[in-house]
Every structure is written in C-alpha cells, then in structure tokens.
Design a binder for this molecule. Structure first.
Ligand code: PDD
Length: 281
C-alpha cells in the first residue's frame, strides 16, 4: 500500500508526519473524502471547491493547485489499484514548534493523500437493510461548515450510536431540530414525497453528496425543502436517509427505537440511491 506525504509516494508502513505538525498538536487541518467508482473520483470539482473554502476560512495556504492535486489523487489511486473505494486527503498548517499563533508564512502546509478499496457490495447490503440512528445533543463548535480534522465530538457521538446498536448519530440542537449526522447529512421525506434537509447555511457541513442529491431530486421532479426538521417530525416521516461520500444515499429505518417507514427502506430512497451515479460528475 502506497500513500503520498509531502511530495513523496511512500509505503504505508514508512509514512509519517512530524510530532510538531499542527494537525497533530491542534487539529489545525482540513480534509476531504471522495468516493471512487470505476476508477473515477466522484464529484471531484465540488470536493475541491469545498477544500478551497475550508482553507480560506482558516487562512491556510493550499499545498498545490487543483490540477496538481488531482494528479496526486489519481496517482495514489493507480499505485494502489483502487477502482472502487475512497480517496482521502488532508492538509494541515504544517510543522512548527507548539505555539498557538500561526507560524510564519514560509512554513509549508502538510499534505497527505491515501486511498483504499471498498467492496461496493458491502454498501449495497447495508443500504438494502437500512440503518439505525440515535440522537445526541449538539455539542460541536459553531464552525462545522469547515471540514476540519477536529472530529472528537463526532467520534464520541458515533461511539454512543455504536453502543446502542446504531450506525449513525444525529446531532440535535437546543430547539429540538436535527442538524446532521456524525459523518453524514440528515434527510427525511414527508407524506407528500417532499425531501427535507437542513439549510447548509446553518449548523451543518455542506455535503457534496447532499448538493448532488438536491440536483438529482429536482431533475426527477421531486420537491426539495431546505429547512430544519425536529426529532418528532423525523420519527413520523415517511422515509429517512443519510448522505455522505462513504454511504452515498443510505436509508434510516429507526430513530431512537422509533421505526421509520415501517422499519424498512422505502421506495423513494431506493430510487434516489440507484439514480445517484447517473448524475454525479
Ligand atoms: N464525512 N457532515 C459531516 C459532519 C461529515 O463528516 C460528512 C462527511 C458529511 C457529508 O459530506 P459529503 O457528502 O461531502 O461526504 C456531512 C466524511 C465522509 C468523513 O468524515 O469520513
């Protein structure tokens, strides 16, 4: 297995970053996860646009331009013979003696790229069954719109889900509205087949899969309402699902032990899942 670290392609076992890397010291880094299908990176332009936004919001330098970054991602996929799976990239503010203030401008950012194969059948069997979700109080900072590696609240939320026999946790804000999942966006479908998902401007990460799914739904003549929804509303929804680069569109069949859609994946979610790759760039 080969990974890319700061200009070199190295064996996984030999790959390392410095102990004073700000990613390690402060979670002072951003990342992207992209799906790979038939050897192609899905929605790469949208992932690059979001990466640029994350970097800009944190006043972090880009490690290289997008054309070069694309070459590195493709090279890592090739060297690992990944046809279907995931490619991961992480940029940190680089290596400097531990000090809260940003280092000098001449400190280069750290770039790490890894890839791995994932059996597509695995995702299909999870989606065929549907997943359980539990709710947890929203306890993250206000800049969850930035895709930073500071994911400890997400890790703890997902561990809580796991302990309850669920696969994802949905954060709930103080007013009882669901924000998003630990590593995915949250959706429900109303009795009238309207897709409902929280506006990207308030308390969530603007998921690339979310954006592409909105395009797909509208193209199929479905109504999409970007508005917050409550736990109570979700529990009586016709269908519910999550989106992310790792799960694409995966049905939610249970929320805090309340069955959704009779505890089985519904027809509309199935249709959206199968239509996704026809539209994803
Ligand atoms: N997570 N919200 C959060 C908090 C996420 O971490 C993610 C993705 C999403 C969905 O975004 P996208 O559709 O662009 O994958 C929403 C990735 C997959 C991860 O951390 O592994």
């Amino acid at each position: 297995r080969i990974v890319y670290v700061n200009g070199r392609y190295v064996p996984y076992a030999e790959a390392s970053v410095h102990i004073d890397d700000r990613g390690f010291q402060f979670a002072d880094g951003v990342y992207e996860v992209c799906e790979v299908r038939d050897g192609r990176i899905i929605d790469e332009p949208r992932h690059f646009a979001r990466l640029k936004r994350s970097l800009d919001e944190l006043k972090m330098a880009a490690p290289m331009n997008e054309a070069c970054l694309s070459v590195v991602l493709t090279e890592v996929l090739h060297r690992n013979r990944v046809r279907s799976g995931l490619v991961y990239l992480q940029v940190t503010r680089g290596v400097a003696r531990r000090e809260f203030f940003f280092p000098a401008d001449d400190v280069p950012p750290t770039l790490v790229v890894t890839a791995r194969s994932v059996d597509p059948l695995k995702g299909e069997s999870v989606a065929a069954e549907g997943i359980r979700v539990v709710t947890v109080p929203e306890n993250r900072w206000e800049r969850v719109d930035i895709k930073t590696t500071g994911l400890l609240p997400n890790v703890l939320a997902k561990m809580q889900a796991k302990a309850a026999g669920a696969r994802e946790a949905w954060f709930v804000d103080r007013d009882g509205f669901i924000t998003e999942g630990g590593s995915s966006n949250a959706w429900i479908i109303s009795e009238e087949d309207v897709l409902i998902t929280r506006p990207a401007e308030s308390g969530i990460l603007r998921g690339v899969t979310r954006t592409t799914l909105i395009d797909l739904a509208r193209k199929e003549g479905l109504k999409v309402e970007e508005r917050a929804f409550t736990v109570t509303e979700a529990k009586v929804a016709k269908e519910a699902f999550i989106t992310s680069a790792t799960t694409i569109v995966t049905p939610v069949i249970e929320l805090d032990s309340a069955a959704i859609g009779g505890g089985k994946p519904g027809p509309l979610v199935k249709r959206l899942r199968s239509g996704f790759h026809a539209i994803a760039a």
